[in-house]
Design a binder for this molecule. Sequence first.
Ligand SMILES: [Zn+2]
Length: 246
Amino acid sequence: MKIRFSTDALVIKETAIGDNDRLLTLMTRDMGVIRAFAVGAKSVKSRRGSATGLLAYSNFNIDKTGDTYKIVEASANKVFFGAGSDVVTLAVAQYFCELCAFFGPHDETAEEFLRVILNSLYYITEKKRDPVLIKAITELRICALSGYSPSLIACADCGQFEDKTMYFSFDNGSIYCENCKKPNCTALNLTVLKAMRHIIYSKLENLYGFEIPDKDIKTLEKITERYLVFQSEHRFATLEFYHSVI
Ligand SMILES: [Zn+2]
């Protein structure tokens, strides 16, 4: 039985099939990550090519037959990348796509997940916020949305709220005070700890609204990346590309 539905989605991957067709991976608002065929998409570029390109955020009409999805129509809401995007921004954007593919929900709504990714793409492409900071925000918030939330309220052993230096455990995402620190921890100054707390606990509408000195951005980003990679136990090819261009 064929069911037709409509949903907004971000194109996070495209694979050519033969001369004319493509298989798209979509982060949809209503059903998480799906793979859908765009039949003849190359030959009808003028009609829906940009709406089905990588990093296009579009409204899709899709036919579902069994487990197979086929795109019927697509109209672009927003295409994030045009000519002139710098390579670092593009590398971060491609990494966000891989994060979607790996962490994104399946068969359930992905409303908040999609909003984080769309906002992050907006900030790196339109508002020109530091892509390294936006990468850190995205990594940590996606961990929180995907069941890997760190617990940053207080020292996990003794309950001390904060100290001049606290210690973050990559093993369990907890923080510890000087007296209680564990192996595989990294020192956090209070600025970085406050930034991490903001990223995990703020409402989505406030997520990007905090200040952090430039000198602390790199420290924050090293921690969020290491935590994400350690917890996911996954090798992200786009992250390796990012490190080759940064
Ligand atoms: Zn303690």
